[in-house]
Design a protein around this ligand. Structure first.
Ligand code: ATP
Ligand code: MG
Length: 254
């Protein structure tokens, strides 16, 4: 299997706090790779490096054989076309209509006519279960609907790679299951490679080809869902079995 994304010895310091400690993992082409870990463990920071929003203190991010940490700002913008990113905090533009948010890339960077962009937005919105919201503004939607608009925007450019930062948080169980199905459908029908950050254990175990557990900036386990279930590391076990007592609790509360 071909490596699509390679994260190699990624170290990130904010001031003198080391947030990522030699994080390394590979993601294969057409794989759904789930990154799990507690709040503040470094999940969002990791995927922000993969999209090139953050520069590492040291280490490499190699995508399709290219070390993106060495690209210039313009080269990076060009490179990002193949990637879709669902921000954890949605990051919709409040002053733009829903269809303009979804079609933002095309409005900003291409000469496609508005009708074409509108229809594309409508099609992508339908894929996440939203109809008739094209002309509304983000403030007129519920939190879960806004999440799905962000998801529609992340898939709008038909990216080869999609990075999802908590795609199902704040969604009801049925909608979460629909989003899980969509992630798998994009893999199976278009061959998308995905990294999904989530706290949702049920969702993680149902969509992951492989998964990694990160804790305090360090990867504790990488493997298939079956391998992770059998992993005996106490941190991994406490995390996946939702236990209130264990090594994670000791670190938090002493
Ligand atoms: N720009 C920044 N400047 C300083 N510290 C930061 C910055 N971004 C993140 N951090 C710190 O890095 C650590 C990891 O943050 P990150 O957002 O990656 O966590 P996370 O695993 O995504 O958590 P959550 O599940 O709550 O979203 C936190 O301690 C956070 O305070
Ligand atoms: Mg986060």
């Amino acid at each position: 299997m071909k490596h699509k994304i390679v994260v190699e010895n990624l170290v990130k310091k904010f001031g003198n706090r080391e947030i990522l400690k030699n994080v390394s993992f590979e993601v294969y082409e057409r794989e759904v790779f789930v990154l799990m870990g507690g709040s503040g463990s470094g999940k969002s920071t990791t995927i922000k490096h993969i999209i090139g929003l953050l520069k590492p203190t040291s280490g490499k991010i190699v995508i399709d054989g290219i070390n993106i940490t060495q690209l210039s700002q313009n080269e990076l913008i060009e490179f990002r076309k193949k990637m879709g990113y669902l921000f954890q905090e949605n990051a919709l533009f409040d002053s733009l209509k829903i269809w303009e948010n979804v079609g933002f890339y095309y409005l900003e960077n291409t000469k496609k006519d508005k009708k074409w962009i509108y229809n594309l937005a409508k099609e992508k919105l339908a894929m996440v279960g939203l109809k008739g919201v094209e002309e509304l503004y983000p403030s007129q939607l519920s939190g879960g609907m806004r999440k799905r608009v962000s998801l529609a925007r992340a898939i709008a450019t038909n990216p080869e790679i999609i990075l999802y930062d908590e795609p199902t948080s704040g969604l009801d169980p049925v909608m979460s299951a629909i989003i899980d199905k969509l992630i798998l459908k994009l893999r199976d029908e278009i061959g998308v490679t995905s990294i999904v950050v989530t706290h949702d254990l049920e969702s993680a175990f149902s969509i992951a080809d492989r998964m990694a557990i990160i804790h305090k900036g360090k990867i504790y386990a990488i493997g298939t869902p079956e391998e992770i279930k059998k992993n005996e590391d106490p941190i991994v076990q406490q995390f996946i079995s939702r236990k209130p007592d264990g090594p994670i609790t000791k670190e938090l509360f002493g």
